[in-house]
Each structure stands twice: as C-alpha cells, then as structure tokens.
Design a binder for this molecule. Structure first.
Ligand SMILES: [Zn+2]
Length: 279
C-alpha cells in the first residue's frame, strides 16, 4: 500500500538576533547528540542534550508548533552567523517548513507578535508570510556579501598612515580554514574579498570599531586577527600589531557584489494563504 505524501506548509520571514548566546538552530550536545537514552549519562551536557537553552529555531518553532498543531518542522536559514554574533539591521531571511499541520490557517501576524513579545531584547522576527517550497533552495543557495561592525582590541599603536592605505580598498584575502571550524570543514585555502569601510577609536584606548563589507563565506574574525598567518592579509598584518575581534554584529545582508538590496521577493505577501504552501 502506498502511503500518502506528507503535507507541508512553508512560512518565511526575517529574524533579528539581539543576543550573543543564541544559536540559529538547535545546538545539540556533540557527545550524546541529544539522544533520548544516551544523554542521561552524558557528562558534557549533564543530561540536557543541548549546549544552549534555546535557539532561533526553537523560539520561533515553539510558537509555530502551537499555531499549526504540529511539532514537526525544519528551519532553513539564508546562511547563519556564529552563536556570539548579533544579527541586526533588517535581519536574516529564514523559512520554517511545518510538517503535517493539523491547523490549516493560523494567524501569522498573531504568531509573529507572540514570538516578539516573549523574546524582547533577544529575538525579533518580521514579515512572516506564506511561501512556497521552491524558496527554500533560493534562500539557501543565494550568495550574499555582508556588512559587519566589529569591536577590535588592538595590542599596540595604530599608525594613521597605515590605516589610510587600506581603508575603502577592496582587498583580496587568502583564508586557510580556521582552526575553530577545522573539525567540520575541509582544510583548504579560500579566496575572498574584504573592504574595511571605517576604522575609528572606541571607548577604551586599545578598542577600535570597524565596519567591513565581506564576500559571501569570509571568516570575519580571522580576517581581523590573521590567525598566525592563516588569513592573509588581515587587520593585524595591515596595522602591524596584534588584533583580536572582541564583538561582531551583522549590520546588513547585501547582494553578492556588496550592494544594498532594495526590494527582494521574500517581502511579497502571498494572498492565497495555506493552500499556496502545500506541496
Ligand atoms: Zn550530552
């Protein structure tokens, strides 16, 4: 006997992540992987199964689960930022795929408000609307440059003449896979571009603030520290003094070439509602 295909609906929106302790998706414990039985004896997560209390996926998913009458869902982000990096500006596009919903036409605006009311100061979502399955591939595969703001600790004197040489220039980078991700990414050299747009004194004598635009897939923290020459050039090598990225925020998701995106298809509203999202 053939089983019926699962029904799925897709909703799309953008998220702004205002906290530095929130991963995008469920952060399962690397030792027990959150496994129902194995986690009970796990020393790394002490039986919790996860390394953080929650995630963007869970804060959004818990409310959508109630609205749609199903807990089964998948979260698709248009790229992701590190746990400790805030996602500001207009936010990052995401799609939630709800599987086998029992409730067919929940009020998206009301769910959006619930998520925002519950997570004030941590997470905001905007423009939640019905979308189609085909959008998942689009948002996952689109390449975007990003504008970041980094708070940098500089261990030495900053020479203004050196800053003037690189400021506003599009620099070609060669980046070896950073040590911190080497366990899950192939170790190779990537060619990327970066532009340091501004470089200004921060609140402390050794603190500087820089806005940078980087090509899709650039490791921003390493393009500041240089990671002992694994990323070259870097802010550290350009200034000739050790630099460390203390805090990082995504300010804007740009086109692949680094221009501001004015209108994009993700903002359109589908009036057909539930039926439009069915496979
Ligand atoms: Zn564990």
């Amino acid at each position: 006997m053939q089983s019926l295909p699962k029904s799925k609906v897709f909703v799309e929106g953008r998220y702004r992540k205002l906290s530095r302790d929130l991963p995008q998706t469920v952060f399962f414990c690397p030792s027990c992987k959150g496994h129902e039985r194995r986690r009970k004896k796990c020393t790394q997560c002490e039986g919790f199964g996860k390394l953080t209390r929650d995630s963007v996926q869970e804060l959004v998913g818990w409310v959508l689960a109630k609205g749609f009458g199903t807990r089964k869902h998948k979260f698709h982000g248009s790229g992701r930022e590190d746990v400790d990096v805030r996602m500001l500006g207009k936010g990052r596009p995401f799609i939630v795929e709800m599987i086998d919903p029992k409730i067919t036409s929940p009020d998206l605006a009301e769910m959006e408000k619930t998520i925002n009311d519950r997570n004030e100061g941590r997470l905001e979502i905007h423009g939640l609307h019905w979308t189609e399955k085909s959008r998942v591939r689009v948002i996952k595969e689109e390449k975007h440059a990003k504008r970041y703001e980094a708070r940098v600790t500089v261990d030495g004197d900053v020479d203004p003449a050196k800053v003037a040489e690189f400021l506003g220039q599009r620099l070609q980078l060669a980046q070896q896979t950073p040590n911190r991700v080497a366990h899950r990414r192939a170790d190779k050299v990537r060619e990327r571009w970066i532009e340091f747009e501004t470089f200004e004194q921060g609140d402390e004598p050794n603190q500087w603030v820089t806005q940078v635009v980087t090509e899709h897939g650039t490791y921003v923290k390493e393009s500041i520290s240089g990671e002992d020459g694994r990323s070259e050039p870097s802010l550290a090598s350009l200034l000739g003094v050790p630099c460390h990225c203390a805090e990082l925020d995504v300010l804007e998701i740009l086109s692949a070439e680094g221009e501001t995106v004015v209108a994009e298809p993700s903002t359109r509203i589908l009036s057909e509602g539930f039926g439009a999202g069915l496979e």
